[in-house]
Design a protein around this ligand. Structure first.
Ligand SMILES: [Zn+2]
Length: 181
């Protein structure tokens, strides 16, 4: 089902104060903002803004690099979008809810799992990231891994409605690519 931008008959699954809409969910609501605020230090985005609108603008304005931190940042943002959306659906359509801590842990675990599958060239930055995220560094390089946020979300499942991805792409995430070789 393709959703409209605003669903007047549904309220936000998190704050239950305003009509459900992707603009409220990702740009206004406290829950997503707190998720990014909690997790961003893990990818060295400590100084990035908390609000999703500003965070996405911030990321889109930065050059795409092949550094481990840049890769982790994009993995984290992709996972945040996916799991916030999944949690929204769980609350609205199934009447169930995971705690804030559970959502944050799930996002962190998914990013860690993805990072563990990367083949990385050993460096101080890679070892620092491996230490913080608790993953082992496999020696190796030259594995080409081209991924963008759409592919990443797509491989996680079909829960994220196309209008949400479209809206995020409009904001610049579609231009973000992780190219590692
Ligand atoms: Zn809300």
């Amino acid at each position: 089902m393709r959703c409209s931008e605003k669903n007047d008959d549904m309220v936000c699954g998190f704050c239950k104060l305003v009509p459900d809409s992707h603009s409220h969910l990702f740009f206004e609501c406290d829950f997503p903002r707190k998720v990014s605020s909690r997790l961003k230090y893990l990818v060295r985005l400590d100084n990035a803004p908390d609000s999703w609108q500003n965070l996405i603008d911030f990321m889109a304005s930065r050059p795409v690099r092949k550094s481990i931190w840049n890769i982790l940042q994009r993995l984290l943002i992709g996972a945040c979008v996916y799991y916030i959306w999944q949690e929204r659906n769980l609350r609205i359509f199934q009447g169930r809810a995971r705690s804030f801590d559970e959502v944050c842990c799930q996002i962190r675990d998914v990013v860690r799992g993805r990072a563990m599958r990367l083949r990385l060239k050993a460096s101080i930055q890679v070892f620092n990231a491996a230490n913080l995220w608790d993953f082992h560094v496999k020696h190796g390089c030259l594995e080409k891994d081209i991924m963008n946020i759409r592919e990443y979300i797509g491989c996680l499942g079909n829960f994220v409605e196309s209008w949400t991805i479209g809206a995020l792409f409009t904001l610049g995430l579609g231009l973000i690519k992780v190219v590692m070789q």
